[in-house]
Design a protein around this ligand. Structure first.
Ligand SMILES: [Zn+2]
Ligand SMILES: [Zn+2]
Length: 344
């Protein structure tokens, strides 16, 4: 079956049966184009990034919230129809759809500026169909305005990888001019690195993939070593991007006194036993990063434009989404993988 929407139909991929990526958990689907709800925008997708979370959803590390859901939450699209209660975007405007899709707005977390912790939060590609399709719907309140002149494939990775990396950097409380360690170097890390460097940080990258170490050095990292190695100097802050619990004690041991380790992923394999003296004492902190607020998103997108972030991308036609996920699973993607409907 070829992908490409025909009148009244969209085409894309859905998670039909979770399992290892080699077992083919995604299937091509055709569906009627939905009517946008009163607060929704209907988008023609220009590009959609592939995030490690999509892999976790396909493989079942994150259990499905509903059957046959289209993944993808780094959506760059053009408005082709808008609900009657929308007002922010004209037809044809370029809009970004991201992971956070809805929150209640009334719980204690929402009210104190932590909508990322809202127990009623909903996520694109998990609670509703996402952007591994040529047409999708995003709620206007959770959509971002995007620059018209940039390449769509450049913008897509900013919408989750970029925003989450930015929040992880904030959670790591990197001091001005500080020493940052980055464990794992994929889409999110290579964007966070650029933000940290623009802030005057010295950055050490620790990752097993040789080509990722090369990319890190090209982008300005001070050193790039294997994931288990010690960095060349103690770290004020560290971010763990690899979903590997075994690296938590490794990264904690690399922190200087008072250092912070932020775990950026939504899923992590088990953390081995920690030793209080070796890993936590001297006020070293271990903390998680949970989704993001819309303010994080706006702040990051403004920062990305200001400092001229460049994403390293590998594009795939939408029809090769399964290949893109397989490449991501095998660490074969340098930077970020991006799907392009009708091309790539
Ligand atoms: Zn809430
Ligand atoms: Zn994501």
């Amino acid at each position: 079956m070829a992908l490409g929407s025909t009148a009244g139909q969209l085409s894309g991929w859905a998670v039909e049966r979770t399992g290892p990526i080699a077992s083919g958990p995604l299937a091509m689907v055709r569906r009627p184009v939905p009517e946008p709800g009163p607060h929704d925008l209907l988008l023609r997708v220009e590009a959609c990034g592939v995030c490690r979370t999509d892999l976790h959803l396909a493989e079942g590390d994150l259990p499905p919230h509903r059957p046959s859901t289209v993944p993808g939450h780094e959506i760059v699209g053009r408005v082709i129809a808008a609900g009657e209660r929308t007002s922010r975007f004209r037809l044809g405007a370029r809009v970004g759809g991201a992971w956070l899709r809805d929150t209640c707005g009334t719980c204690r977390y929402c009210l104190r500026g932590q909508e990322n912790l809202c127990p009623a939060s909903q996520y694109t590609g998990w609670d509703a169909d996402g952007g591994f399709a040529d047409i999708t719907v995003v709620p206007e309140d959770y959509a971002y305005a995007l620059p018209e002149d940039a390449e769509a494939a450049q913008l897509a990775p900013l919408l989750c990888a970029g925003i989450i990396g930015f929040r992880a950097l904030r959670r790591s409380e990197l001091p001005p001019g500080g020493r940052l360690g980055i464990y794992g170097f994929g889409a999110s890390a290579h964007l966070a690195l650029q933000v940290a460097l623009a802030d005057g940080a010295r950055v050490h990258v620790l990752t097993r993939a040789e080509q990722a170490r090369r990319l890190a050095l090209e982008l300005g990292a001070s050193s790039a070593r294997d994931a288990d190695d010690a960095p060349p100097e103690p770290l004020d802050s560290a971010i763990l991007f690899a979903p590997v619990g075994n690296l938590v004690p490794v990264a904690l041991a690399a922190l200087d006194r008072g250092g912070k380790l932020a775990v950026a992923g939504i899923h992590l394999t088990d953390i081995p036993a920690l030793n209080y003296q070796r890993h936590l004492f001297q006020e070293r902190d271990l903390r998680s990063v949970t989704s993001n607020t819309r303010q994080d998103g706006r702040d990051f997108l403004a920062t990305a434009e200001r400092i001229g972030i460049r994403a390293t991308v590998t594009t795939y036609p939408l029809s090769r989404a399964d290949q893109a996920l397989a490449d991501l699973a095998a660490d074969r993607v340098n930077g970020a993988a991006v799907l392009i409907p009708g091309g790539g």
